[in-house]
Design a protein around this ligand. Structure first.
Ligand code: B3K
Ligand code: ZN
Length: 884
């Protein structure tokens, strides 16, 4: 395997202007005939034409209608002397969709055929310049059996269709927008569509379609509504209109990721399309809304302006994640619902991206090198990339950001560009901003890996009535990177009196206070900021709304944190104060090796938060959720997952018991009246009620009291929506109650024909809190269940990924059985689907942070995989990095 380096980028030696493709579709053998109009890139010296191709069976090659000599070299098709500066290349090859278990290129799922081309799947369809800076106008003719494939779709507009001999039919599609090959798509399947015509501001009519298998139409309403809301939002917030006559979404049961933004023809994992109250939870409804929006927003940020090369991936992904996060917040509505969204995003960042930044796969938002590009669709490129865009938004303001976006499209519409181009447009549109003034320092966020440590210490001077805050930053070494430079860090803050009042903020040298919240801009390794008119000790509330993706050390005491928990006007920092109080207690218990004994101030603070009138139930649910074992593991070294689990479970038991009456109140108080709506208001009530139920069943399981488990079982049976049904089931399973087994059986019987619900059934069992090895044993048993298969990524994720990546105490065992299973499954999966396998392999990334005996046993398992000769380059890259 070879390393691709960012600094080696060269413009393509040839351009492909138009691509006329004809597919004779068949699951066993599809014939692809391609006719390409190629032009030499006159800016470069004459070179051979080198086309990408993978797993193709080549039938013929013609240049301007004549046969031509060619050779194969390193997986490329090379034509040494293509003669003219502009010519037509005709290629015919075959592929076998049903043998394509990698789900990249053209593959079979159910009885249909579907494509996935990003990043490098198009070369598995036909020979091509499969790189994002080569953009062509596509015309696609699809021919196939009319019964098997009544629906034939590709990008753009349908220009012709009709019947053919032998029970076949055809459809011809034309996409007027030049696009890179990664945005190409084809669907041939037996599908039905929900359709809706919409009129955009310009007065144009557009057809929206959501395609699913027969019988699933009643589960497409939410996806369609989400699409319409996304269209309206992008026009209102960024003046970006729908540019297509037809916008299609197609649901596919076998899919490697969430969804794909192919121009005009988005392909979606069924998980992010299908939803009914009976089969999908509030979390699922939210997921659909945000993924539909994300893919739709790509039409501008990704498709109209695309990436020059794959190192620039965050150009489209970081920006589009930022956009979908903002959309979800706007949809949620109230300030507290927005804060709930933000907390969710930050939790995900800290549990997925921070570990990545601290582990063997640490890489900059704009990576420098890769072996397999699919390994770099990471939390760093996506979520940290979104934080980088969010910091720009913070620095230039909402209007300034919109101006930067407008300039970016004015300059680059129709082009394939770099992260520098985006940052430059933002800075140029906001010349007076700190972003423009310190652009070089800001752009280090793209170049340097690792999570910055932000240290903050305040000093109150009673005589001068000043408060001096000293901020300093330090960026840890990461594999291949050391001696890093300071980055621009926006620090949003407020100062509270010890009584919890927000103080006016006036920096030395300013004429008057400027509100009670502001953003300090740290650009150096260390800087001090002095506030005047501060007559008493203060509690600083730093990094409000998580204004930068850093680890903050502010030295606050528990007493300070209790002030913030009770009074901070910034909901994020209120939540954060509670998390830190809990974390301090978990760490203390881990430190002195004793059981947690929760102190009265903490318990009372939790109680008054739970009881606080007028506080958003969704916020309460988050504030009363203890930091996860994954998060805590990142805050300590030499992690003993078993001990950590024991400590956290004991803390949960105490919270369950100490607040029993309060949980019972919360359960009664938060029942939802009226019909199901998946909105922020209702889902917050359900989340808190379900949390209360789980705590009540937990307390009951400790005391042997039968009433609450009985109520949970009753709720499980009677629930009219999946959120409540699953919540009640999870309460029983989480407490290892004897009613859990009959409930699980009943759930299976009810939903065995609903694949997405069956995934939940597997997942629920894989993420149950471990107790005496029962959960691990259950996962092993479920691997033999007739409904389990590694061939379907959702199913594999539901059981194996959840065990290895989300249930540390079930996975990390002193007998190493979890690691043995991990190695076996990495190897087994790799032979079927390398992208899936390399994702799964990453669940052992943080093995060096484990205590013995886990660390050595994990290393041994990784080494066993490394010893396999026939590993894919995807999995090989992950395994080699893990051992480096
Ligand atoms: N752009 C796709 C991801 C493709 C992943 C390829 N391994 C989905 C998205 O980010 O919207
Ligand atoms: Zn994306």
């Amino acid at each position: 395997t070879t390393l691709v380096r960012r600094e080696d980028y060269l413009a393509p030696a040839y351009w492909i202007r138009t691509a006329d493709l004809t597919f004779d579709l068949d699951a066993t053998k599809t014939i692809v005939s391609s006719k390409l109009a190629i032009e030499r890139n006159s800016a470069l010296p004459v070179q051979p034409l080198r086309l990408h191709g993978e797993d193709l069976n080549l039938l013929r090659v013609l240049v301007d209608g004549q046969s031509v000599s060619f050779r194969h070299e390193d997986g490329l098709l090379v034509i040494d002397a293509p003669a003219a500066d502009a010519f037509t290349l005709e290629i015919r090859n075959t592929i076998s969709p049903e043998k394509n278990t990698q789900l990249s290129g053209l593959y079979a799922s159910g009885s249909g055929l579907f494509t996935q081309c990003e990043a490098e799947g198009f070369r598995r369809i036909t020979y091509f310049l499969d790189r994002p800076d080569v953009m062509a106008v596509y015309t696609v003719t699809l021919r196939g059996d009319a019964k098997k494939y009544p629906v034939l779709l590709s990008n753009g507009n349908l220009v012709e269709q009709g019947t053919l001999d032998g029970g076949k039919h055809f459809a011809k599609w034309h996409d007027p927008f030049p696009k890179p090959s990664y945005l190409f798509a084809v669907v041939a399947a037996d599908l039905v569509a929900r359709e809706q015509w919409v009129r955009t501001r310009s007065g144009k009519e557009h057809l929206l379609q959501v395609y699913v298998t027969r019988g699933e139409l009643d589960k497409t309403e939410h996806a369609m509504n989400s699409l319409i809301a996304s269209i309206v939002w992008d026009e209102a917030r960024f003046k970006l209109p729908l540019d297509l006559e037809r916008f299609m979404i197609v649901a596919v049961p076998d899919f490697n990721m969430g969804a794909m933004e192919n121009k005009g023809l988005n392909l979606f994992n069924t998980k992010y399309v299908l939803a009914s109250p009976a089969t999908a939870t509030d979390v699922d409804f939210d997921g659909i809304e945000s993924v539909v929006a994300h893919e739709y927003f790509h039409n501008w940020t990704g498709n109209r302006v695309t990436c020059r090369d794959w190192f620039q991936l965050s150009l489209k992904e970081g920006l589009t994640v930022f956009r979908d996060q903002e959309f979800s917040m706007d949809m949620a509505g109230s300030p507290s619902a927005r804060a709930v969204c933000r907390i969710g995003d930050v939790r995900a960042l800290r549990e997925r991206q921070f570990p990545e930044d601290a582990g063997p796969m640490a890489h900059p938002v704009r990576p420098d090198a890769y072996q397999a590009i699919d390994n770099f669709y990471t939390a760093t490129v996506y979520e940290k990339g979104a934080e980088v865009v969010r910091m720009m938004n913070t620095l230039v303001g909402r209007e300034g950001f919109a101006a930067g976006m407008a300039l970016y499209f004015e300059r680059h519409d129709g082009q394939a560009v770099t992260c520098d181009d985006f940052a430059q447009a933002m800075a140029d549109a906001n010349p007076a901003s700190a972003l423009a003034q310190h652009l070089g320092s800001f752009k280090r966020w793209y170049a340097q890996a690792g999570t910055p440590r932000l240290n903050a210490r305040g000093n109150w001077n009673a005589e001068a009535a000043t408060y001096t805050l000293t901020l300093s930053q330090q960026l840890p070494d990461t594999p291949g990177q050391s001696g890093k430079q300071p980055q621009l860090v926006p620090v949003a803050l407020g100062l509270l009196s010890r009584e919890g009042q927000a103080l006016p903020l006036q920096l030395q040298g300013e004429d008057a206070p400027q509100g009670t919240e502001r953003v300090l801009v740290l650009t150096e390794a260390e800087q001090s900021f002095t506030f005047i008119g501060i007559g008493a000790e203060v509690v600083p509330s730093l990094l409000r709304n998580f204004s930068a993706p850093v680890v903050l050390d502010d030295g606050l005491t528990d007493a300070d944190l209790l002030v913030l928990l009770a009074h901070d006007s910034d909901a994020f920092n209120r939540w954060e104060a509670g998390q830190r109080l809990a974390l301090n207690r978990i760490k203390a218990a881990l430190g002195h090796g004793e059981a947690v004994q929760l102190d009265a101030p903490f318990v009372e603070a939790m109680r008054s938060l739970l009881r606080e009138p007028g506080l958003d139930p969704a916020f309460k649910d988050l504030a009363l959720t203890l930091p996860s074992e994954i998060y805590v593991a990142e805050q300590i070294s030499d992690v003993d997952p078993q001990r950590l689990h024991t400590v956290r479970e004991a803390m949960l038991d105490q919270l369950a018991t100490a607040l029993q009456a309060d949980w019972a109140w919360a359960w009664d108080e938060h029942q939802v009246q009226g019909g199901y709506r998946p909105d922020a208001e209702q889902s917050g009530r359900r989340a808190l009620a379900n949390k209360a139920l789980a705590m009540l069943v937990r307390a009951a399981a400790l005391s042997g009291e039968p009433v609450w488990p009985g109520k949970a079982y009753q709720r499980f049976k009677d629930a009219t929506n999946m959120t409540d049904r699953l919540g009640a089931l999870e309460a029983l399973v989480g407490a290892h109650h004897e009613l859990a087994q009959p409930a699980l059986e009943r759930f299976y019987a009810l939903f065995r024909h609903e694949p997405l619900v069956l995934d939940k059934w597997f997942m629920l069992q894989a993420r149950a809190p471990e107790k005496n090895g029962q959960v691990f044993a259950q996962v092993k048993a479920l691997l033999k269940h007739p409904d389990f298969t590694l061939g379907n990524p959702n199913r594999a994720r539901a059981l194996l990924f959840v065990l290895a990546a989300s249930n540390p105490a079930a996975f990390h065992r002193t007998d190493a059985a979890g690691y043995v299973l991990w190695a076996d499954k990495v190897i087994e999966m790799d032979a079927i689907n390398p992208q899936l396998a390399s994702r799964f392999a990453r669940s052992l990334d943080r093995w060096r942070n484990l205590a013995e005996p886990y660390r050595s046993a994990a290393r041994e398992a990784i080494a066993r995989v490394a010893a396999k000769a026939e590993l894919s380059s995807d999995t090989r890259e992950i395994i080699e990095r893990a051992l480096q």
